[in-house]
Design a protein around this ligand. Sequence first.
Ligand code: 2NL
Length: 357
Amino acid sequence: MDDLRDKYIQLIADAGEEAALEALRVQAVGKKGEISLKMRELGKMTPEERQVMGPKLNALKDEINSALSARKASLADAALEERLRGEWLDVTLPARGRRQGSIHPISQVREEVTAIFGEMGFSVAEGPQIDSDWYNFDALNIPSHHPARAEMDTFYMHRAEGDNRPPHVLRTHTSPVQIRSMEKQGAPIRIIAPGRVYRADYDQTHTPMFHQVEGLAIDKDISMAQLKWTLEEFLRAFFEVEGVELRFRASHFPFTEPSAEVDIRCSWEGGQLKVGEGDDWLEILGSGMVHPKVLEAGGIDPNAWQGFAFGIGIDRIAMLKYGIPDLRAFFDSDLRWLRHYGFGALQQPNLHGGLSG
Ligand code: 2NL
């Protein structure tokens, strides 16, 4: 009996996994197990023998059963320990740095421009970036022989052989949006059309994709005086300078008559632009009174209505306001140079998620 006990206690202690314990349980106390067989022999004993052996066998069975469950519990504990060791986590490690986005300077400037004209009663018009050459050129009184229409400046959509739809282009200005607005809403009109435009050009001051905002005001008696006031108000607000001074230079655009290019008084000191002071003039935009043929193309009677229009390069005025030397920096580098030049939007902690690391 004692041998039997010692054997099983030892085997249970040596069992390394649950399956081995189960096999031992069957072998010892299962229906045909060693101890069960011994219990069956009780029937053949004398009552005296049975009185001694019965309780002993029962006690042995109990002892083995509790040894089995104790060993099973300790194996489970060890397995849990092992798993926890693998899943160990150092909660005192510093948190991973969070990447922070910020608004692109072009978007920032477009929003500034939109807000300023919005206060003056201009709403925003948008349209397709791919448009027919009629909307992009003909409607704007740009004839077929005009250099702006030459292949080298304009991106034309590919046409398969036999595809006879009218030619389409990547818009070279946002004017087609304004033609569409004239057709759709008629006069009077006060809109600006900001957006992407495309020209086949690439150097320090030109990128093949850039941004423009055009403006259009049409009414019974719109004049150049109102054009001048509107642009003065805009430039004062945009450059945040009280005494902006403008100079209108006679110019020529096919879509306006008369046409004027507008300069602002400025100074360049040590490469730093200052608006509103000094002896230099900086060309800032083009403008004029809408050509009667363009009003007509937009379905507006040029004998009843007249208006002014202007076009501003968003990228250009962004460069001037925030002192960015190379237009290409907008599109093919990161924001480090912006921090270097002190782009205001990056210094406003509450704007679009704030200071970036
Ligand atoms: C420039 C010149 C300009 C316009 C754009 C325009 C649009 C319509 C009718 C008449 Cl629908 N004009 N746009 C007018 C004058 C100048 O832009 O040098 N921009 C940077």
